[in-house]
Design a protein around this ligand. Structure first.
Ligand code: ADP
Length: 459
């Protein structure tokens, strides 16, 4: 029986070795999900909402335990890990309140003789494959609309957060003990190979969050079955700081966005372009902010950033920094692994950079703030859009109208003015270019979990 070791990245100690599910188990999960579909999809939406709402007290009861598991398995500070269960509950509340409206039929054509109506039907079995950086939030963002739309689900969480994945399974086991139909939710635990096995099955859609490379592999594997796909594949998010921005505020928010979760956030600021007039002031304020961040034991309440989730992530960071330094980048602050056990790294501010460096083109997923001087806003926009990615971006200025014009020129899925990152469940989440396909959240996101059928009638 193959096992995967769960390692605490703060101590490098083994937490547990977890059994990988066999290929037979994966096949069986999909067969069972298919069998559970008719009953679940024909249940009224009110009844489905009633069932999913019953998860709220179960999550509430387990929230501290879930948060501590996240912290131990991937190093997120406990003050942030507790946000995972809260986000899960918020997703349930949002969809419970809005999904009936999202799924309302729409008359798109009508005259005396004919009528066309759009109706939103469940798709069938949906596979959800998730990463480790937000092991609760990314799961619930897809799981809740998938289930409420009447689909059954196969969840394959990341191999780096298998124990968190198992806790999600336990929530559903509890729900099943109250009578929730079996096999509506199905969990399979494993790594890449298990993910591949899921993709090889007859599922009706794959919702995947992870790297571009894995996205390509899933797409290739899906080509024979023409699987429907929804992808969120990360980003290299730019922030443009205009000379009229509130510098202290912009520096604080940008540095926090870049370093939050040790930079392991798809929508973290990964590149900063600052107008020449404001450049020196912004750099010195960014250094002050980076210095102020409390790095340390993620189980302590005061800690603001913990270790990288794995040695792999730390190695990517070191590789990108070495590449930048070899091409002339200057480290203004940080730049080193923190001595001792665990994959801890200093928040880092770097300057003298250009787009020949990996740190400006590839997703780094590290607490690094590369700052580049630009001579005009047009130049900043050109650089910001000079990326294979297009997840989120932001502009920082006191002139909201100007900010609005700049934000609209960014080739991204979410553009912020004096703020950076994704919005709540009511906003659409997803990227342009290689950052993804499709959207989660909002009415459009709900429709991703449905077959949009046009009913045509001759009266
Ligand atoms: P990350 O580094 O953000 O975890 P990955 O793309 O490596 O990104 O992994 C995200 C998820 O995709 C994980 O659950 C992983 O096991 C799964 N995965 C990796 N490779 C494949 C694949 N070829 N097919 C399906 N799932 C995969």
């Amino acid at each position: 029986m193959e096992k995967i070791a769960s390692i605490n990245p703060a101590t490098e100690e083994l937490i547990e070795e977890i059994e990988v599910d066999s290929k037979e188990k994966v096949v069986e999960a999909v067969v069972n999900a298919r069998k559970a579909f008719p009953q679940w999809s024909s249940m009224s939406i009110e009844k489905r909402i009633e069932w999913i709402n019953k998860l709220i007290p179960l999550i509430e009861n387990k929230k501290d335990e879930i948060a501590l598991t996240i912290t131990k398995e991937m190093g997120k500070p406990i003050s942030m890990s507790i946000g995972g269960p809260s986000i899960a509950i918020n997703k349930i509340k949002y969809y419970a309140k809005n999904i009936q409206d999202h799924l309302k039929e729409e008359v798109v054509f009508e005259d005396e003789d004919e009528k066309d109506v759009l109706v939103y039907e469940p798709l069938g079995v949906i596979a959800i494959i998730t990463p480790w950086n937000y092991p609760i939030a990314t799961v619930f963002a897809s799981l809740i609309p998938a289930l409420l739309c009447g689909n059954t689900v196969i969840l394959k969480p990341s191999e780096f957060t298998l124990i968190v994945g198992r806790k999600i399974g336990e929530l559903f086991q509890k729900l099943e003990s109250f009578g929730f139909p079996k096999n509506v939710f199905n969990l399979v635990l494993g790594g890449k190979e298990t993910g591949r096995q899921v993709v090889q099955q007859d599922v009706d859609k794959i919702i995947f969050t992870g790297s571009v490379q894995t996205g390509r592999e899933i797409m290739k594997e899906s080509s024979s079955k023409i699987h429907k796909l929804l992808f969120e594949l990360g980003g290299k998010d730019p922030a443009i700081v205009c000379s009229d921005a509130d510098m202290a505020y912009a520096a604080k928010k940008i540095v926090r966005s870049a370093c939050n979760n040790t930079g392991q956030v798809c929508c973290a600021v990964e590149r900063v372009y600052v107008e020449a007039d404001a450049y020196d002031e912004f750099v010195s304020k960014a250094v002050e902010e980076a210095k102020a961040i409390k790095v340390g034991n993620p189980e302590l309440a005061k800690t603001e950033i913990g270790p990288f989730a794995s040695k792999f992530q730390m190695d990517v960071c070191i590789d990108h920094l070495n590449d930048a330094q070899s091409k002339g980048a200057k480290i203004e602050f940080g730049g080193k692994r923190i001595k001792g056990r665990g994959y801890f790294f200093e928040p880092t501010v770097i300057t003298n950079i250009d787009h020949s460096m990996k740190i400006m083109t590839d997703e780094t997923f590290a607490p690094i703030i590369p700052i580049m001087k630009v001579n005009s806003i047009d130049e900043a926009i050109r650089y910001a859009n000079d990326s294979i990615y297009g997840l989120t971006g932001s502009v920082w200025t006191k002139d909201i109208e100007k900010g609005n014009k700049i934000a609209r020129q960014l080739q991204v899925g979410v553009a912020g003015i004096n703020k950076h990152g994704g919005g709540g469940a009511g906003s659409a989440w997803g990227g342009s270019k290689l950052s993804g396909i499709g959207r989660l959240g909002s009415r459009e996101g709900t429709h991703e979990f449905t077959n949009i059928k046009t009913l045509r009638m001759s009266k």
